[in-house]
Design a binder for this molecule. Structure first.
Ligand SMILES: Cc1ncc(COP(=O)(O)O)c(C=O)c1O
Length: 387
């Protein structure tokens, strides 16, 4: 699935898992005779959705993919259903409407907004468009799925170590910007750490770096942080800096499967990004996005559930004596002895979380989700952590 916080090496096993999922949901009797040993092996504990076509199967606590099960809002669902009835028609008028709504909300022009099939599509287009300008610069640990996709297509990715506190090291990033760099990519809050950079520190960074190179700030989780306006760099776009902000409907709006995301940037950058976009959006996703964009009550509800779950995870980690980074999005990063072992122990109880990220073998990421699923995680944590 596009846009998931999974490094590419996990994608293959997820592809296979998805094939199992399709088989499991639609052709169960046939699947029994068709399933090969290789496919059966691929249905490892990390395969998150076996048995469910859309979302987790029966009894599965799906806490591995930073989804938000509290969306889409009922209003968004009704709008999507109505739009589906008109699914015979291409949805470009609705796309124009959504662009206008976003532009008005953020005080930019429609020319400055690019919408895509999830923010992943926009991020991929950015990666392609900036490839000829030079290397990608990112933190040593960030949501690098789209950067790594660009690497597969010939781009170079340079990374800068995190601070000892596991934060993105802004001074070191600024110092690493030289002629070889084409694009500087920062995720705020970062995924998988969940740590949030100070808004004004980031503004200072942009003032130093953006006169030299384009700065991309991925704000997928912005709406979930304590003060979204202070933490967002959209004001820096309005001020004319060479900055690209990406956002998504996948998180606060709980619409990951409906695939709507966007970028806000300068008119020139937006025009360049548009040249590399590959497809147009679907009616249901657009209708849901338009219906829920200004739905403040729903956003408050959704954020409330996420914060409640975050607090439960923090309390559980603390009572199990496990260090945890301060979570500011819909996931938390917990320090354990062995993240893969914890993932396996949790999976044995039907709780799906992430395993090791590269060399960070002691850090275990868990997403917030349905409160009852987070309760299962919290209950299982003391035993799983000693696995
Ligand atoms: C930081 C970050 N950016 C972008 C995405 C992609 O989201 P989507 O393509 O669903 O908008 C994700 C997905 O988890 C993410 O974690």
């Amino acid at each position: 699935m596009p846009g998931l916080p999974d490094p590419p090496e996990r994608r293959l096993s997820m592809e296979i898992s998805r094939r199992n999922l399709m088989i499991g949901a639609t052709l169960a009797p046939l699947a029994t005779s068709l399933a090969t040993p290789a496919l059966a092996r691929a249905a490892s504990p990390s395969a998150p959705m076996i048995g469910g076509m859309f979302g987790p199967g029966e009894g599965v606590a799906l806490l591995s993919r930073n989804e938000n099960p509290y969306g889409p809002s009922t209003k968004a669902q009704a709008a999507a259903e109505a739009a589906t009835a008109k699914g015979a028609y291409y949805a470009d008028t609705a796309a124009t409407v959504l662009i206008k709504i976003i532009a008005e909300k953020y005080g930019v022009t429609p020319e400055q907004v690019v919408i895509g099939t999830g923010s992943s599509e926009v991020l991929n287009a950015i990666a392609l468009a900036w490839k000829p300008k030079g290397a990608y610069l990112g933190a040593e640990l960030f949501w690098d799925t789209t950067a790594k996709w660009a690497v597969k297509l010939g781009a170079t990715l340079k990374t800068v170590p995190l601070t000892p506190a596991m934060e993105v090291d802004l001074p070191a990033m600024a110092a690493a910007v030289d002629d070889s760099i084409g694009l500087v990519h920062i995720v705020n809050p970062n995924n998988p750490t969940g740590l949030l950079l100070d808004g004004n520190a980031l503004r200072g960074f942009i003032k130093t770096v953006a006169p030299k190179k384009t700065v991309l700030i991925d704000e997928a989780y912005n709406e979930l942080v304590p003060d979204p306006d202070y933490s967002s760099m959209i004001d820096m776009v309005r001020a004319g800096h060479d900055v690209i902000i990406t956002r998504t409907f996948s998180k606060i709006f709980g619409m990951a499967g409906m695939r709507v995301g966007y970028a806000i940037t300068t008119p020139a950058n937006a025009a360049l990004i548009r040249q590399y976009m590959m497809t147009s959006l679907n009616s249901a996703g657009l209708a849901a996005a338009i219906a829920s964009y200004e739905e403040e009550d729903f956003k408050t509800f959704s954020k409330g559930k996420i914060i409640e779950a975050r607090e439960m995870i923090v309390a559980a980690a603390k009572s199990a004596g496990l260090p945890i980074l301060t979570p500011t999005a819909n996931f938390a990063f917990v320090k354990v002895a062995d993240a893969n072992a914890v993932q396996k122990a949790m999976a044995a109880k039907g709780v799906m979380i992430r395993g090791t990220y590269g060399k960070w073998s002691q850090w275990s990421r868990v997403s917030t989700g349905r409160i009852e699923d987070v309760e299962r995680y919290c209950r299982a944590l003391p035993e799983a952590a000693s696995a």
